[in-house]
Design a binder for this molecule. Structure first.
Ligand code: ATP
Ligand code: MG
Length: 445
């Protein structure tokens, strides 16, 4: 993409309404525009990152054996009357009446609808296990929408639902979700710690929230800091292997890590002083095992291997896709702007032409752009007629992890400069070597 032809409405001034750094940088980098309280348009740069995050979530869910589908945003109120939640949900639910006077709602979540789909088509244990998920916009009329996309009213969520014949199988589904979530967050460059959560209105005893540590987080967290060093890495996981998946979950949930809702001071105090930490965290996901709550009330029964009709065992599992942009920025930025991890960056690399209109510079940049494209990497090429300082400031603000700079002086010696956004370090090399370097960095992503 040539910047001269792109739509990147960066702001020079700090927007007054933004209280936290991620909101400020998302506005300044031209990623989002607020349309109403807690409701945003996703401008091209923000939309690219949102799509990258969605892609990672899809890939990891599919790897875990979960099946994508798509349910609508609008739902009939009657479905929610069956589970009893239509009245329980309260003011967070946006209720709508259509021209036929039918009561509808903008879905805050989809347990009822997925249970309705399941009961219409599945009635034997032979069709299980089954996990269905979608990535769809949700609406919750939050009392205090704030911090940009972190607490929106309309927000994008991945929500998945498992259907299993018994508790053991459902707990395996729970564990599969935990591992696939850990892998998703790691690919986004994040450390998200599973913390035991309180079950809340959905009910059920097994539930974990995934928290990204950040000063600006809304949850108070208590943890043994050795938990932050745990990494899934590239290890090979067989999602059908119950014992292996359970072992990974055990590895990630044994050290103390809890939010204020489940915090137990007596246990916390047994952690050695130097590892005992109190901080704040951003909830980027939650997994729940709740058994037969919806299948019983809504009549989602399956025939088991003894020929009995039993309510199916379920759980629901969510990732805050749009909130993740804010969480990633909170975890990865400096005073010049965003620093995108390679896994989610809107463009893998930026090209800065220091002297637009100079034939050697223009040719070198065009050549770089083309060579990267031939390798499947779409660079953002700053081909505007601007000062070098302004170009660097834009690149730093929007946070592409790598930058290639081409200027007349370097090119006279046959070199361009490759700069890491994170370390700030630069290295001179030939155009070919620069392309190879960037290709190497993104190999296998
Ligand atoms: P919170 O406690 O932050 O209000 P929640 O526990 O009500 O969230 P869940 O029902 O667990 O939310 O939804 C799954 C995920 O969706 C959350 O972990 C969070 O990442 C994201 N999410 C929830 N509410 C919002 C919101 N208002 N704006 C953006 N993301 C949200
Ligand atoms: Mg939650």
């Amino acid at each position: 993409m040539r910047l001269s032809r792109y739509f990147l409405p960066v702001l020079k001034e700090n927007p007054a309404e933004a209280q936290i750094v991620s909101h400020r940088y998302m506005l300044r980098a031209g990623m989002i525009k607020q349309q109403a309280a807690g409701i945003y348009s996703w401008l091209p740069l923000g939309y690219r990152v949102l799509k990258r995050i969605e892609d990672i979530v899809h890939q990891e869910q599919i790897r875990a054996g979960h099946i994508p589908l798509l349910m609508p945003t609008l739902q009939p109120a009657d479905l929610w009357r069956e589970s009893g939640r239509y009245d329980d949900y309260g003011q967070e639910m946006l209720r709508i009446t259509d021209r036929q006077k039918r009561e509808m709602l903008y879905g805050p979540t989809n347990e009822e609808m997925i249970t309705d789909i399941f009961r219409a088509h599945v009635n034997s244990y032979k069709d299980l296990p089954m996990t269905l998920y979608h990535i769809q916009w949700k609406f919750r009329d939050e009392m205090r929408p704030r911090f940009g996309v972190m607490r929106g009213r309309e927000f994008l969520m991945k929500d998945g639902y498992n259907f299993d014949i018994d508790r053991e199988a459902a707990l395996h589904a729970y564990n599969r979700h935990m591992v696939s979530y850990l892998r998703s967050y790691e690919r986004m460059g994040l450390t998200a710690i599973p913390m035991r959560a309180a079950s809340g209105p959905i009910g059920g005893d097994n539930t974990h929230e995934f928290l990204v540590l950040a000063q600006t987080g809304e949850s108070e967290v208590f943890y043994d800091d050795r938990v932050t060093a745990l990494k899934l890495g590239q290890r090979d996981i067989d999602y059908d292997d119950r014992a292996q998946v359970a072992k990974v979950c055990e590895e990630f949930t044994t050290l103390y890590a809890r939010t204020d809702e489940t915090h137990d001071a007596a246990v916390f105090d047994t952690i050695p002083d130097e590892h005992r930490k109190v901080g704040r965290g951003i909830e980027v996901g939650q997994i729940f095992y709740f058994g037969t709550k919806y299948s019983e009330s809504m009549g989602a029964l399956v025939v088991n291997d003894k020929g009995e009709r039993v309510p199916v065992e379920m759980g629901s599992h969510g990732i805050g896709v749009s909130r993740l942009l804010g969480a990633i920025i909170e975890a990865s930025h400096d005073d010049k702007g965003i620093i995108w991890p390679e896994g989610v960056t809107p463009f893998p690399v930026g090209i800065v032409n220091l002297k637009q209109g100079d034939s050697a510079c223009d040719a070198a940049c065009a050549g770089l752009y083309k060579a990267l494209a031939a390798k499947g990497l779409e660079a953002l090429y700053d081909d505007r007629d601007e000062r070098a300082g302004a170009k660097f400031a834009t690149m730093d603000l929007i946070g592409l992890p790598w930058r290639i700079t081409a200027g007349p002086r370097g090119l006279a010696n046959g070199v361009v400069e490759v700069t890491s956004r994170r370390s700030g370090e630069s290295e001179e090399m030939s155009v070919e070597a620069a392309v190879d370097r960037i290709v190497q960095i993104y190999a296998g992503r």
